[in-house]
Ligand binder design. Structure first.
Ligand code: ZN
Length: 73
């Protein structure tokens, strides 16, 4: 499950929230002041690291000699 960062539009408080995929955070409230609909901050570093990890493993498998092994991923 991805963690999204939100910033309150009222008091500028920044907080992280574990979200279901596709959740927009419109039903969230600021934990500090209770203002609804915090702004979602786009943080793509988790997706980037996942992509690079997948890419490096795609070149050659570390557990078998196959170049394209879906079995040992
Ligand atoms: Zn707030």
């Amino acid at each position: 499950m991805p963690i999204y960062e939100f910033r309150c539009s009222s008091c500028r408080h920044k907080f992280e929230k574990l979200c279901q995929l596709g959740e927009t955070g419109e039903n969230l409230k600021c934990p500090r002041c209770g203002a609804p609909k915090p702004n979602k901050i786009m943080s793509s570093f988790r997706a980037d690291s996942a992509d690079s990890l997948r890419g490096s493993r795609g070149d050659s498998c570390t557990t078998c000699t196959s170049r394209n092994c879906s079995a040992c991923r």
